[in-house]
Design a protein around this ligand. Structure first.
Ligand code: ZN
Length: 702
C-alpha cells in the first residue's frame, strides 16, 4: 500500500490514490471485526466498496477503478498474509518479526517517516497466515508486554491512548525495521478524529488535599491512625478555649498514651435547686471508654467526633438542626462534666486485634476481690457450660493461662485509676460486633452457670440501657442473638450481660462491684472492623443523640443534694440507711457533701441520713429523713423531659444535737407528704429484677 501511495502518479491520479488509500486503511482497520477471519477477508469484502469509492470520489472509469482495486487488493492481501492473522487485539505478540507492532505504539510516527519496508518482503516469517499463528509460541521474547495489542479499531481513541504504555518497552529490539504493517498506517488517519473528541474532557485541576496539620479533621471514611487520633485530640482541645483538657491516663504495653479528654470544668458548678438558688452544686460526671478491643474500631469516629463537637466553642449552633442551639448539648455542658477515653487499647487498635500487646482480653482483665465470687480457676474456665458461648472459657483462660497470669495489664490498671478518680455517675464502654446495650451484670459466678443475676438496682440498669437504645435509630430494633444454640432475646435492643453470655472480669462488673456505679456495655456496630464506609461516616450521627442523652441525664435522674452544717454551712459526711425500695443501693455521699442517688422514675426512695463531721467527730447531728419520687415515667426519661426536671435537688442542713432550735433539716418534702409516701411504699412491692417495658413498669409502680 505504501508504495502505491508514495508512487509518482499523475495529478488526477493523486486524488484518486489518496482516496483509495484512505479507504483501504479504513476498511482494513475495520475488517478485523471477525477475530478469526483475518484481514484478508476484510479486504475482499471491501472490493465492491472500493470500486464505488473510486468511481464516486475520483471520477475515473469503471475499468480503471476495477484494475486499481484489484491491485490494491493484491497488495493488501500480500501485506496482510505475512502479518499475524488472528484477531489483532488479543493476538499475542507474534514472533519478533511481528513484534514490530509495538513500535507503532508511538502513535506519533507520522506517515512520512515510516520507511517503505516492502510489506511483502517482510513475510519472512511464514507464508500462510496459520503459520503465523503457530509461530507465536516460539517468540522467545518476553512478549509479556502483550500490549502490542494491535490496533484496536482505527477510530477509537482509546486504542491510541493505550498504546503509550508499551512504547517505553524495548519492543523493537529485533529487526525493528521489519514490516511495520498496516496498523501503523491506520493510525495516521484516525489520530485527528480522536483529537477532536478529546477536547471535551477538560482537565480538572485538583488542589492537593491539605495536610492534616493544617486541617484538624479526619477522613472519617477511614480509621485514623494512632498518630492522627492523637493529633486530632490535641488540636481539638487546644482550640476549645479552655472548655476541654487532655491528659494521659497511662501507657499501653507498647508505650502508647491512653488519652483522656475532660469536657467541662471539673470544678464547675451549677444551680439546680429552685428553693436554694444561691447554692452551687458540683456537676454530675459521665464517662465513655472506647475501643477496649482493638479490632472493634467502628465506633472510634463516634467518640472522637463527640469530643470534636463538644470541645468546639462554636459547635452548638453549628451542629444543631437548623443552626439553632441544641438544648441537649447546652444542658450537658452546663450541668455535667464528660470524661472520654476514646482509645483504651491503642496497641490492639494499631495491630487490629482484640487483645492488647500481651494477648490479653482487657474486658476480662478487671477481676478483683471486689467481685462477689471467687477467682475462677482453670477448671472453671474450661468447664464450658452448655448453652453459653465460649466467652467464659476465654475469660478464665485470659485470667490464668493466656498471659493474664492473674494480674492486671497496664491498660487495665491505668483505666482503673482513671475511673477511681473520675467516679462517673453514669458511664459506658463501647464495643462492636453486635447492636445492643448490655447492662449489669456480666457474670454471676466463677463458672458461668447462672445466666440471670440482676444487679441489686434492677431494673434500673435495664432502663438506663433503654435511654441509649431508644434514642438510637436502629438499636431499639435489635431483636436478639443466637448464643451456642441458645436464643437470646433483646428487649428494645438491651440485655443483661450474663443473660446474653457470661463474661468474667469485665470493666462494667468491676465498676459495679467496686464503686456501685452503672456502666453500660454498648455494642454499636454489627461488624467489628470491616464496615461499610457509610456506616463509618454515620457512626456519630446514629449515636449522637444517645450519647448526649445518656451522659446528660444519667447522672442527674434521682436525688442530688448537698449536706451542710446548718450553722457553719460546712459540707458534712454521712452514713445513709435506705428503706425503700428494698435492696437498692443507699444514696452515696461524696466528698464535699454531695448526696446523690440514681433513681427509677415513679418509684419512691426513702431512708435516713446520719450526718457527721469528719473533721470533728465530737459533734453530733440530728438524723435527716429523706424521701423522694421522680415524678416522671421512663418514657419521659428517654427523651422528652429536660434533665433538670428529672433531678430531685435539695439542700440538707444538718442540725447539731442540742443546738439551736429544732429547725431540723430542710427537706423539701413536708412531713405529711413523707407519711403518705411511706404508706404507699409499704403497699408497694419491690420492683422486679427483670427489666420491663417502661409502660409496664410505670403501671406497676402506680
Ligand atoms: Zn468488645
Amino acid at each position: 500500500m505504501r508504495r502505491r501511495c508514495s508512487g509518482a502518479p499523475g495529478r488526477g491520479q493523486l486524488v484518486t490514490l489518496v482516496v483509495v488509500c484512505s479507504a483501504l486503511l479504513l476498511r482494513w482497520a475495520s475488517a478485523d471485526t471477525p477475530p478469526h477471519e483475518g484481514p484478508r477477508e476484510g479486504v475482499r469484502l471491501s472490493d465492491a466498496w472500493l470500486e464505488k469509492a473510486l468511481l464516486l470520489a475520483a471520477g475515473g472509469s469503471v475499468e480503471e477503478a476495477q484494475s486499481t482495486t484489484a491491485a490494491l487488493t493484491r497488495a493488501a492481501a500480500g501485506d496482510i498474509a505475512s502479518p499475524p492473522p488472528a484477531g489483532r487485539r488479543k493476538r499475542p505478540p507474534p514472533p519478533q518479526a511481528h513484534s514490530p507492532p509495538p513500535p507503532l505504539l508511538p502513535p506519533s510516527p507520522p506517515p512520512p517517516s515510516p520507511t517503505p519496508p516492502p510489506a511483502k518482503a517482510v513475510p519472512v516469517p511464514a507464508p500462510a497466515g496459520t503459520a503465523g499463528k503457530k509461530k507465536r509460541p516460539p517468540p522467545t521474547f518476553p512478549l509479556s508486554p502483550p500490549p502490542p495489542s494491535p490496533p484496536p479499531s482505527p477510530p477509537p481513541q482509546k486504542g491510541s491512548r493505550k498504546r503509550p504504555p508499551p512504547p517505553g518497552v524495548p519492543p523493537s529490539p529485533p529487526g525493528t525495521p521489519s514490516p511495520p504493517r498496516k496498523p501503523k498506517r491506520l493510525r495516521p488517519p484516525p489520530p485527528e478524529l480522536p483529537l477532536a473528541p478529546s477536547p471535551p474532557p477538560p482537565p480538572p485541576p485538583r488542589p492537593p488535599p491539605p495536610p492534616l496539620q493544617q486541617e484538624p479533621d479526619i477522613d472519617w471514611a477511614r480509621y485514623p491512625s494512632y498518630a492522627q487520633l492523637s493529633e486530632y485530640l490535641a488540636l481539638r482541645v487546644a482550640g476549645s478555649l479552655g472548655r476541654c483538657s487532655l491528659a494521659s491516663a497511662g501507657k499501653s504495653v507498647q508505650g502508647r498514651d491512653l488519652w483522656a479528654v475532660t469536657i467541662g470544668d471539673p470544678s464547675g458548678v451549677y444551680y439546680p435547686d429552685p428553693a436554694n438558688p444561691d447554692v452551687p452544686f458540683p456537676k454530675a460526671r459521665a464517662a465513655y471508654i472506647g475501643v477496649m478491643h482493638g479490632d472493634e474500631k467502628g465506633h472510634i469516629s463516634a467518640v472522637l467526633r463527640l469530643i470534636g463537637e463538644l470541645c468546639d466553642p462554636l459547635s452548638e449552633p453549628k451542629f444543631a438542626p437548623g443552626g439553632v442551639q441544641d438544648a441537649n448539648v447546652t444542658d450537658l455542658l452546663a450541668s455535667t462534666v464528660l470524661y472520654v477515653l476514646p482509645l483504651m487499647n491503642p496497641d490492639g487498635y494499631t495491630a487490629t486485634q482484640r487483645y492488647n500487646a500481651n494477648g490479653v482480653d482487657l474486658n476480662r482483665n478487671f477481676l478483683t476481690s471486689a467481685f462477689p465470687f471467687a477467682t475462677p480457676t482453670p477448671a472453671d474456665g474450661y468447664a464450658l457450660q452448655p448453652g453459653t458461648s465460649s466467652a467464659l472459657y476465654n475469660a478464665a483462660a485470659d485470667w490464668t493461662d493466656n498471659g493474664g497470669g492473674g494480674s492486671h495489664e497496664p491498660e487495665t490498671l491505668a483505666v482503673m485509676s482513671w475511673l477511681a478518680a473520675v467516679r462517673p455517675h453514669v458511664s459506658a464502654d463501647l464495643h462492636g460486633g453486635a447492636m445492643v446495650a448490655s447492662y449489669a451484670l456480666d457474670a454471676c459466678d466463677s463458672r458461668g452457670e447462672d445466666l440471670d443475676c440482676p444487679s441489686p438496682e434492677a431494673p434500673l440498669p435495664g432502663y438506663l440501657a433503654n435511654v441509649y437504645s431508644m434514642n438510637h435509630p436502629s438499636m431499639r430494633f435489635s431483636w436478639g442473638e443466637m448464643q451456642a444454640s441458645r436464643q437470646v432475646a433483646f428487649f428494645n435492643g438491651t440485655t443483661q450481660g450474663a443473660t446474653w453470655y457470661p463474661a468474667i472480669g469485665t470493666i462494667a462488673d468491676w465498676l459495679h462491684h467496686t464503686y456501685r456505679r452503672h456502666m453500660l456495655t454498648l455494642e454499636l456496630h454489627y461488624y467489628k472492623y470491616a464496615m461499610f464506609t457509610a456506616d463509618k461516616l454515620n457512626m456519630y450521627a446514629t449515636n449522637r443523640a444517645s450519647m448526649l442523652r445518656l451522659a446528660g441525664v444519667g447522672g442527674h435522674m434521682g436525688l442530688r443534694a448537698l449536706l451542710r452544717d446548718a450553722t457553719s454551712g460546712a459540707p458534712l459526711a454521712a452514713t445513709v440507711t435506705p428503706q425503700q425500695p428494698g435492696g437498692a443501693w443507699a444514696p452515696e455521699v461524696e466528698n464535699g457533701g454531695l448526696v446523690w442517688k440514681m433513681a427509677m422514675p415513679g418509684v419512691t426512695y426513702s431512708g435516713t441520713i446520719m450526718p457527721y463531721d469528719p473533721a470533728d467527730t465530737s459533734v453530733s447531728y440530728e438524723p435527716i429523713p429523706y424521701s423522694f419520687v421522680v415524678p416522671y415515667s421512663w418514657d419521659d426519661v428517654l427523651a422528652k423531659v429536660p434533665r433538670a426536671n428529672l433531678a430531685i435537688a435539695r439542700v440538707f442542713r444538718a442540725v447539731r444535737v442540742g443546738g439551736p432550735a429544732a429547725q431540723a433539716s430542710t427537706a423539701t418534702a413536708s412531713p405529711p407528704q413523707l407519711q403518705q409516701q411511706q404508706q404507699q411504699q409499704q403497699q408497694q412491692s419491690p420492683p422486679p429484677n427483670a427489666p420491663q417495658p417502661p409502660a409496664q413498669q410505670q403501671q406497676q409502680q402506680q
